[in-house]
Ligand binder design. Structure first.
Ligand SMILES: NC(=O)c1ccc[n+]([C@@H]2O[C@H](COP(=O)([O-])OP(=O)(O)OC[C@H]3O[C@@H](n4cnc5c(N)ncnc54)[C@H](OP(=O)(O)O)[C@@H]3O)[C@@H](O)[C@H]2O)c1
Length: 310
């Protein structure tokens, strides 16, 4: 076991049943921390139970059991959504009210470090997702809690929705549809690097009251992302551009009627905007001593894991 430098801690984890949360959970366990996890349904949190975590049933923002955070030295707060399902599941309720509940609970229980998940592009003038992510960051910043906030670009790896979609589309679609010109850029980031940064932030006392943009080693256009996946799977695929003038009205209409679509209006807006760290973007790598994994290596790892079955 690769034990924590500052000793074992008692950590409270939210979002541990999710994609990023699963990886953070395993890294916390590897480092020997004692973890209490908030879960909505203990019956579907077998992995966390197997890791030896204590499970507390509840949901945000309304149902965080009293005293749930008592005795915890650090909180890792990952809960977030990408799609709204009103009236219960809205960006406002989950991102803002949920974070407020966690911040208040942490203050009351005397938590010493709040490690917060935001998103690259969090912005008071952005989409509702981006605005509510920004406001949640502000709640954390303005609290008296020592904190670290992370703002990642798109995260890739085992269990990731975006990664799964890329692999499926390249494997099974004879022609790959690309919205617009595909020249919009992302900075895909390995979920294992994200997990390492979160765990260090919970452990290290020298990291406090900081925000870090997180991104992978390369800023890639969406077209280049597809090329890399094709190269790694050893497949040749043609792409076809679907004009934005066609996609946007359809997605907007479907979103306003709350019909299920592969992409929402918000996601479309965010996809088309630059989701890359401004400038060099190396501050986080230096702070956490992480050499981020290239997308190509993540795809290779995933396809080797499943027998290379392209
Ligand atoms: N994935 C990315 O590329 C990416 C990029 C930037 C930022 N982020 C942020 O990273 C965080 C985690 O993302 P993810 O991709 O791991 O998402 P995910 O797989 O959908 O996981 C979300 C987690 O939040 C929990 N959750 C949702 N609503 C809840 C509620 N009302 N009360 C308590 N728990 C609730 C889910 O629990 P259940 O299992 O019960 O549903 C799950 O554990 C989010 O804040 C997201 O905005 C993600």
């Amino acid at each position: 076991m690769n034990e924590a430098p500052g000793g074992r801690r008692r950590v409270f984890l939210t979002g541990g049943t999710g994609f990023v949360g699963g990886h953070v959970a395993r890294r916390l366990a590897q480092r020997g921390h004692t973890v209490r996890a908030l879960v909505r349904d203990a019956g579907s949190a077998a992995v966390l139970r197997e890791l030896g975590f204590e499970l507390v049933e509840g949901s945000l923002p309304d149902d965080l059991p009293d005293g749930a955070l008592d005795g915890c030295e650090a909180v890792v707060h990952l809960v977030g959504i990408i799609r709204e399902r009103p009236p219960q599941t809205t960006f406002e309720r989950i991102h803002i009210q949920g974070t407020r509940r966690m911040v208040e609970g942490s203050m009351k229980s005397g938590v010493g470090k709040f490690v917060h998940m935001s998103a690259l592009g969090a912005d008071p003038e952005g989409t509702t997702y981006e605005r509510t992510k920004y406001e949640a960051e502000e709640l954390v910043r303005r609290s008296e809690l020592p904190h670290v906030t992370f703002r990642p670009s798109v995260i890739v790896g085992e269990g990731g929705e975006f990664t799964g979609l890329l692999l499926r589309i390249v494997r099974y679609a004879p022609v790959i549809p690309v919205i617009g010109d595909g020249a919009y850029r992302l900075q895909p980031l390995d979920v294992k690097d994200v997990a390492e940064a979160f765990v260090q932030a919970a452990e290290r006392e020298d990291l406090t009251d900081e925000s870090f943009d997180l991104g992978g080693p390369h800023k890639l256009t969406y077209n280049r992302v597809l090329e890399i996946v094709c190269e790694e799977l050893g497949l040749k695929r043609r792409t076809v551009s679907v004009p934005l003038s066609l996609v946007r009205p359809l997605v907007d209409l479907a979103s306003s009627w709350r019909l299920p679509t592969p992409i929402t209006s918000e996601e479309l807006t965010m996809l088309l905007s630059e989701n890359v760290i401004p400038g060099e973007g190396t501050r986080w790598r230096e702070a956490f001593h992480i050499e981020p994994t290239p997308l190509r290596n993540v795809i290779r790892r995933l396809t080797e894991d499943d027998g290379g079955g392209a």
